[in-house]
Design a binder for this molecule. Structure first.
Ligand code: AP5
Length: 209
């Protein structure tokens, strides 16, 4: 399946995508994760996007579209993919339709209050990028990743000012994609409010729609 995970920051897209990789047998392609790896590596792309991402703004469409186009051309993405965090603007969606197919768009439905709670408590592994939460997904050892023992940190864009900015940007630039894809008959809503196992069950139900 070639699908998109659409939804506000902190809706749980990345958390579900990790599980959906096994369910769908398709790679998880997160533009946010690609940018964070580039920042960690201090590559030219990372140096270009760091300040933008830390402030909760969007990277320009040209840079992001070129990155996704190149990634979708790789062997593992030829039969299917889970696009997480792309497209995020109407021009990105239009560009995507010119070089790739989309079978379904899963829209993560969740109120702002839950988003704020999830983002402010998120911790991320510095080595492998796994997500944790101080209340909802605690690591076995405080401050260390269960999988690779890497250090857990708070993303710069999970600090209060950046969260507010990200939600503003989401409403202005990304939320219009809900109606854009609904009009194409591709959108399926997923109730993202419950705990992770129940969101997985909601996703399995959404797959049948
Ligand atoms: P990106 O990394 O895509 O950030 P995002 O969309 O804001 O999404 P998040 O990663 O914040 O949240 P998520 O929905 O994946 O939630 P998660 O599963 O982690 O992008 C970062 C930045 O990169 C952007 O701001 C932008 O600057 C740039 N960028 C990326 N793509 C771009 C594009 N296309 N164009 C331009 N710029 C782009 O969960 C959140 C927390 O909640 C975790 O702690 C988790 O443990 C917890 N949690 C998850 N599910 C549940 C649950 N069901 N119950 C309780 N807790 C839960």
């Amino acid at each position: 399946m070639k699908c998109i995970f659409l939804g506000p920051p902190g809706a749980g897209k990345g958390t579900l995508a990790v599980k959906a990789v096994d369910i769908l047998g398709a790679p998880h392609i997160s533009t946010g994760a690609i940018f964070r790896s580039a920042i960690a590596a201090k590559s030219p792309l990372g140096l270009k996007v760091k300040a933008i991402i830390d402030a909760g703004k969007l990277v320009d469409d040209g840079t992001t579209i070129a990155l996704v186009r190149e990634r979708l051309g790789q062997e593992d993405a030829l039969k299917g993919y889970i696009l997480d965090g792309f497209p995020r603007t109407i021009p990105q969606a239009e560009a995507l339709s010119s070089f790739a197919e989309v079978d379904k768009v899963f829209n993560f439905d969740i109120p702002d209050a839950a988003v704020l709670q999830r983002l402010s408590g998120r911790r991320v592994c510095r080595s492998c990028g796994a997500n944790y939460h101080v209340l909802f997904q605690k690591p076995k050892i405080d401050g260390a990743c269960d999988t690779c023992n890497g250090e857990l940190y708070t993303r710069e864009d999970d600090k209060e000012g950046a969260i507010v900015k990200r939600l503003e940007v989401y409403r202005a630039q990304t939320a219009p994609l809900i109606e854009y894809y609904r009009a194409k008959g591709l959108l399926v809503d997923v109730d993202a409010r419950p705990r992770v196992d129940d969101v997985v069950a909601n996703f399995r139900t959404a797959l049948q729609k």
